[in-house]
Design a protein around this ligand. Structure first.
Ligand code: ADP
Ligand code: ZN
Length: 739
């Protein structure tokens, strides 16, 4: 729809702006604007005393009521392409479902405008223009005009500085200067290195069976959702790639979502090799200019295969025919800030709207997706075990209670794991050691008064980072010096509790003299490229043992790894979150799958204090379905997802009494709107009661009826406007973490 439909058409436009108010605003379309204006156009509009950039989402048929003051659209942003209709629709679904404003959802869907854009705008004197025609008192205009080269050559507007830049706009309006289109900033994208072609693989029977279902669906151009369920190394990626080939051959686009791009350099090079022309990589780690350029290529249809992280679900692929969501269970598909959307769930919506094939893949599907498959909403495709019958690893569980009974001065590494590591390294193989906690120690406790050294802004213990010589809060990054005495009682009896990766690295060095040991966690990958560097060194076998957090569990295929050790495997099971068991199972299965991917069989040593725990047992036998059945029973009994949908509402404020009062108002409103059909827990203190200086009250709302749930909470938020400040409320639909 264009505003230029004819004389006198579309005098008003509805504009979605990125503020947390869930409505659009109406503006008048000036005659100048109407020529360029279409749905999706990015416009600058006045909003109260401010100016904001928003998006035209509609041209309302009638005029707004006479009592409403309507302001003008100030400008149509020529540098920003309009939002694609398909993407605009998706952002609307996201806004409705995740209870944010449409404008906020749109902002998440488009790459930030590169800053350089302003500097690239060029301006020059208009032919025949004279300084003498500018009145003396218009000093800024005069100075701006005189700053432009006399010979009429163009200069970047940015070079004139902010004050004169504004005056340039006046000069252009008065016909004394004119804007010039700048050339594309960097011309052609750099040609890709020519990579050797991959050898053609003969599909395994499992792959053949899966493709026999998927490929006809690709040809049918209909929505067809599949859950591809197969162990790590069972050949899922190969199935995605064949489906992608087929889709591209049919002239449609492919969207390939991965949890974290930094973890998948191998995948990207595999894709680049297979699809040298078509590939675009989109993620928020790209510099704005690069991201914009990749985005533009996608929009124009130059690159029809997009691989990216969750925000790539909004990629402007003209006609996606296949959407892949690899590791669909991964928590990183959920955005933790507004809009709190799930890239996986929006991928499902987008596939349906686009009549595309949807491939969700996992070795450990989320309970939600596996149940969808069981109930027939997704077609379940099993790939079974590993390609070429490479044996699954042998898993042993070490009872750490026994270790404490038998060994004096217990070390975090059990005797069994230490022995296995020595054999592994002596045999020229590689090992991974998972400890999902960084730092030297999780807490400093005072043995005199029992207090632990806590963050002054959060209700959590501070982590001791010994090499940095600091205590650090992992929730707000606050740091302090390591105290010599207990800050509470003054005794010199502080002791470290709970060893982290830094400490384990040290223990490994002592236990394995001569071995090459490296650590990978957020502390060691802070520098750009550090992550890739560690992985490369490991891949090139310049590291024997890699210790790290869950980072080491994801997405790599290292044929030299024959041993995986897991420390404190059951620790996370005690967290107050209904997904604690699911996450533990996924992590253990994932990291165990890293052992023995090459020719040699692998061994996994899991250390735990409760070795008989069913979650550990089913992870040890790699038995997803045993885990699923048991966990599903709990979820059913306790009415948690996938039997219900959950909305988490947290009210935060520096003043606990305010947070408590507001949360009570909200809970009442939610109960009223839900008409007794919602399950409400709380308000009560959130598991982390205080964060960054704010007290947090949590309300959990559940219902088997997803739509009713979301709409009731939405209405309750509206109803409590004026009573509860919106800034203090955080709403998370389908939260992945309740901490
Ligand atoms: P997944 O994605 O399930 O972890 P991949 O597709 O990465 O599995 O496959 C695991 C390994 O098996 C890779 O090294 C891949 O090259 C190899 N592979 C996949 N399919 C075949 C096949 N049909 N024949 C031989 N090797 C294969
Ligand atoms: Zn803190």
């Amino acid at each position: 729809v264009s505003a230029a439909g004819g004389e006198g058409s579309a005098l008003f436009a509805s504009v979605a702006v990125p503020i947390p108010v869930r409505r659009t605003f109406t503006y008048r379309v000036g005659p100048e604007a109407s020529r360029h204006l279409a749905v999706g156009a990015r416009v600058r509009v006045p909003l109260g005393p401010r100016r904001v950039v928003g998006t035209v989402v509609e041209f309302p048929a009638g005029a707004p009521g006479a009592d409403v003051e309507v302001r003008d659209i100030e400008a149509v942003l020529a540098g920003e392409p309009p939002v694609e209709p398909q993407v605009l629709d998706l952002t609307r679904v996201a806004a409705d479902y995740y209870l944010c404003s449409w404008g906020e959802a749109i902002e998440a869907a488009i790459p930030p405008a590169p800053r350089q854009a302003a500097a690239r705008r060029l301006v020059r004197r208009a032919a025949g223009a004279r300084a003498s025609s500018i009145p003396e008192r218009a000093t800024a205009r005069r100075r701006a005009f005189l700053a432009l080269p006399e010979d009429g050559s163009a200069v970047p507007v940015g070079r004139l500085g902010a004050a004169l830049g504004a005056a340039v706009a006046d000069l252009v309006r008065l016909g004394l200067a004119e804007r010039v289109e700048a050339k594309e900033p960097h011309g052609e994208p750099s040609p890709r290195a020519v990579l050797p072609a991959e050898p053609r693989l003969v599909p395994t029977p499992g792959q053949s069976a899966a493709l026999a279902r998927i490929l006809p669906a690709v040809s049918a151009d209909e929505y067809a959702p599949f859950l591809l369920f197969g162990a790590t190394g069972s050949g899922k990626t190969e199935v995605y790639l064949r489906a992608a080939e087929e889709t591209l051959a049919r002239g449609r686009g492919v969207l390939y979502l991965v949890p974290e791009i930094g973890l998948t350099p191998l995948l990207v090079s595999r894709l680049a090799r297979r699809f040298p022309q078509a590939l675009a990589v989109l993620h928020s780690g790209l510099a704005p200019v690069e991201r914009r350029r990749a985005w533009d290529g996608v929009r124009r249809g130059d690159t029809r295969l997009v691989v990216g992280t969750r925000s790539a679900v909004f990629a402007p692929i003209p006609d996606p025919g296949l959407i892949v969501v690899d590791e669909e269970q991964d928590g990183s598909y959920k955005q933790e800030d507004v809009p709190r959307y799930s890239g996986r769930d929006l991928a499902v919506v987008r596939a349906r709207e686009a009549r595309a094939v949807l491939l969700l893949g996992s070795a450990t599907p989320s309970l939600e997706s596996f149940r969808n498959a069981r109930e027939g909403r997704y077609a379940l495709l099993r790939l079974g075990g590993r390609v070429e019958d490479r044996p699954m690893p042998v898993v042993r569980i070490v009872d750490m209670r026994g270790e404490y009974r038998d060994v004096r001065g217990v070390r975090p590494l059990s005797r069994e794991l230490t022995g296995a590591l020595r054999d592994c390294v002596a045999g020229g193989n590689q090992a991974l050691v998972l400890r999902n906690r960084r730092g030297w120690a999780s807490a400093l406790h005072c043995l005199a008064c029992g207090v632990r050294v806590s963050c002054s802004r959060c209700s959590v213990a501070m982590t001791w980072h010994r090499s940095a010589g600091r205590l650090r809060c992992h929730y707000c990054d606050l740091e302090r010096a390591v105290p010599a005495r207990c800050p509470s009682c003054g005794e010199e009896r502080l002791t470290a509790i709970g060893e982290g990766t830094e400490r384990i690295e040290q223990d490994l060095r002592e236990a394995l003299p001569g071995a090459r040991i490296a650590r990978m966690d957020r502390d060691t990958v802070r520098r750009r490229g550090a992550h890739e560097a560690i992985l490369r060194r490991f891949d090139e076998r310049r590291i024997d043992v890699l210790v790290g957090t869950q980072m080491i569990a994801k997405g790599h295929d290292f044929p030299g790894v024959t041993l995986v050790g897991v420390l404190s495997a059951d620790q996370a099971l005690g967290l107050p979150d209904f997904r604690a068991a699911e996450r533990t199972f996924q992590l253990l299965t994932q990291v165990a799958g890293r052992a023995g991917r090459g020719g040699s069989p692998g061994t996994v040593v899991i250390q735990a204090f409760d070795p008989g725990h069913p979650v550990l047992r089913s992870a040890a036998t790699q038995d997803y379905e045993a885990f699923y059945e048991r966990e599903l029973g709990y979820r059913r009994a306790l009415r948690y997802p996938p039997f219900t949908a959950v909305v988490e509402v947290v009210v935060e404020h520096r003043d606990l009494a305010k947070a408590a009062a507001w949360s009570a108002v909200l809970a009442d409103a939610i109960a009223r709107e839900g008409e007794g059909k919602l399950i409400l827990s709380g308000p009560g203190p959130a598991p982390i009661e205080r964060l960054k200086g704010k007290y947090r009250m949590q309300i959990l709302v559940r219902s088997a009826g997803r739509r009713r749930l979301v709409e009731s909470v939405g209405r309750a938020l509206e109803a409590s406007e004026g009573k509860v400040p919106r800034r203090a409320v955080r709403v998370d639909v389908d939260p992945v973490s309740l901490l």
